[in-house]
Design a protein around this ligand. Structure first.
Ligand SMILES: [Zn+2]
Ligand SMILES: [Zn+2]
Length: 384
């Protein structure tokens, strides 16, 4: 069973319908999330995110977990009874049993102190569940490349990036806060901060989106044009199949650097908490949506707002699109600075780094910026 499971997690492509594979994978995914959830219930001080748990209702999480357990248990029992990929169903059912034995959705959570070092396991589970539900649905409804399966090539690499980026949320928050206050603390001006904090929600939000996008635009250009920054950013550009998971492929140092610089701007201008919360929701959605396998161009609005079409072009290997379309929220910034793609084709042909010199695999990509000899020729890497 274990070797079959290992083979399954290493495979790509469409799951054979009608053999209990689709329902089996759904059951296994739900059961795995429930198992991780029960661990988080037992060790909340080490496995949950303070910023998140102060904002969600544990009673709802318990109900959600109960529904997921019943679904995973029901699906796997059905498949075992009718001999539909019984090995997969048995694996899912064992996880459901183990989760139930550990207390399931009923594990009591007592008082515990904030301030312990932690892994954002709750953030990983909830965002994975929410994003998968929302974006797989949208991708099925508005598919750009209809023949691209959910488990497309290299999905494992991006899934690992997704997991690590989420679980390290505590470390990231701590590190970015330290960096921002260490390097920019002196520049904060109470007059400016007071004025910005007094803006109404919509005014503040628009200003924040504009400021952060201008900052990100120039930082993004630097990632493309400064050779040592490109080493980090090439990892993000190495995805060859665009979908909701593809945007997670980011080198941790790039995440740290980008977040610190954008947070510094937010900190210096002193936006209110409501504005920052709304901004985080928009950024979170747009960052995933812009990579999604969806056919969205938005007509003339595409000159104003960054759409999946706009960002797909940024990931293109087509000559006319190299080092273009840098913006993250407002497409007009690239039109303003003359870096927008103007193509006769509606969508790019190929994605990835020209020359395909970034290796596949999470650990190899973590190491890539430090070990790449940078002398591959015949592509734009030679210029960098
Ligand atoms: Zn880029
Ligand atoms: Zn991207």
């Amino acid at each position: 069973m274990l070797s079959r499971l290992r083979r399954l997690t290493r495979s790509t492509g469409n799951l054979q319908p009608g053999q209990g594979m689709v329902s089996g994978v759904i059951a296994l995914a739900l059961a795995s999330m429930c198992f991780l959830g029960v661990l988080a219930f037992h060790f909340p001080q080490y496995l949950t995110t303070p910023e998140l748990r102060h904002n969600y209702d544990v009673a709802i999480i318990r109900q959600l977990m109960f529904v997921a357990l019943v679904m995973a248990g029901g699906l796997s029992l059905f498949n075992i009874l009718f001999q539909r990929s019984a090995w997969l169903a048995a694996a899912a059912f064992s996880l459901v049993l183990l989760t139930a034995l550990l207390g399931g959705h009923k594990v009591p959570v007592g008082d515990f102190a904030d301030g312990t070092p932690y892994i954002g396991l709750d953030w990983f589970i909830l965002d994975l569940l929410g994003s998968a539900l929302i974006f797989i649905f949208i991708e099925k409804l508005f598919a750009l490349r209809k023949d691209q399966p959910i488990f497309r090539p290299e999905w494992q690499t991006d899934f690992q990036h997704f997991a690590v980026n989420h679980m390290l949320v505590g470390f990231m928050l701590l590190a970015t806060n330290l960096l921002v206050h260490r390097f920019f603390g002196w520049a904060a001006n109470d007059g400016v901060r007071g004025w910005v904090a007094s803006l109404p929600l919509w005014g503040g939000l628009l200003l924040l989106l504009l400021v952060s996008d201008l900052v990100q635009y120039w930082l993004h250009r630097a990632y493309h044009q400064v050779p040592w920054l490109w080493r980090l950013h090439a990892v993000h550009h190495s995805v060859k199949h665009m979908d909701w998971l593809a945007g997670s492929r980011l080198h941790l140092l790039e995440v740290l650097l980008t977040r610190s610089v954008v947070l510094a701007a937010i900190f210096l201008l002193g936006f209110s908490k409501e504005v920052i919360d709304a901004y985080i929701v928009i950024v979170g959605f747009q960052a995933v949506f812009n990579h999604a396998n969806v056919s969205v161009r938005l007509g003339p609005l595409r000159y104003l707002i960054v759409t999946p079409n706009f960002h797909h072009w940024h990931h293109s290997q087509d000559q006319e699109a190299l080092d273009r379309n840098y913006a993250a929220h407002f497409a007009f910034i690239d039109h303003l600075f003359g870096t927008a793609v103007h193509s006769a084709n509606p969508w790019p042909k190929r994605y990835g780094v020209l020359g395909d010199y970034v290796p596949n695999g999470f650990w190899r990509q973590c190491k890539f910026p430090f070990v790449w000899n940078g002398i591959q020729s015949g592509d734009r890497s030679a210029e960098r």
